[in-house]
Design a protein around this ligand. Sequence first.
Ligand SMILES: [Zn+2]
Length: 225
Amino acid sequence: MAEILPGVHQVEGVDPSPDFSTHVYLVKDKGSSWTLIDTGLPGTHTATLAYLAKIKVEPTAIKRILLTHLHRDHTGSLRALAERTRARTFAHWVEAAYIANAPKYDGPGTPPAEAFTVDETLKDGDAVDAAGGLIAYHTPGHTPGHTAYYQAERKLLFSGDLFFGNAERAVLTPPEYTHHTPTAQISARRMSQLSIDSLLTYHGGPLLKNGGGAVRSLVQSFPAT
Ligand SMILES: [Zn+2]
C-alpha cells in the first residue's frame, strides 16, 4: 500500500517503466470523499481503478480530479477516470483551453491524447474544497497554465511538473520538456516563499520532508535577477 503520508496515496502501477516514474496522487478529503491529482498516461486508469479496489475505495467516492497541466502523462486517463468516478474536473483556465484542444498545444512535451472539457476552470489563488482545502497557484513556465496545489494546514505542495524530485533535491523539469524555463524559474521563486514540508512532485521524488529547503536551495542556484 502506498499511503506515503496520512490520507495521501501515491497510486501504484501507473509508471510506464521503472526509470520513468509518474506519481498520481489520491488524497482523502475531510469526510468520506477523495480527490485525485492528475491522471496518468492513457490506459493507466485500469491501474488506478485496481488500486482503489485494493484500498477499498469506491470509484464514485472520488469527487474531484485536479489537473496540474495539459501534458499527456497527466491528462491521458482523464476521460476514462472522469467517466468511472463521475468526479468534477478542474484545471487553470489557460490550461483548460489547451486540454480542450482549443487551441491545440504545440509546445514541448506531449499534447493531450484527446480533447476534454473540464467542468471548472481555476484562476491563481482560488480555493478548492478538496483534500482539506487547497489553494491553486498558477505556476507557468513548464506549460502556460501550469498549476500547483497547496495544502496550507499540512504544508503540502502538489507541484506537478514545476519541480522534479531528484533524490533529496528539487530541480526544474528539464528544458526540453518545458515551454519557457525562465518563467518556470519565476514560478519556483514564488513557491519558495511558501512554508512547505512535503514536496509532492509528479516525476521523481517525492520529498516528504524539508521540501521548502530543497526549493530554496534550487532557486538560490538560479541566475541573479
Ligand atoms: Zn509536463
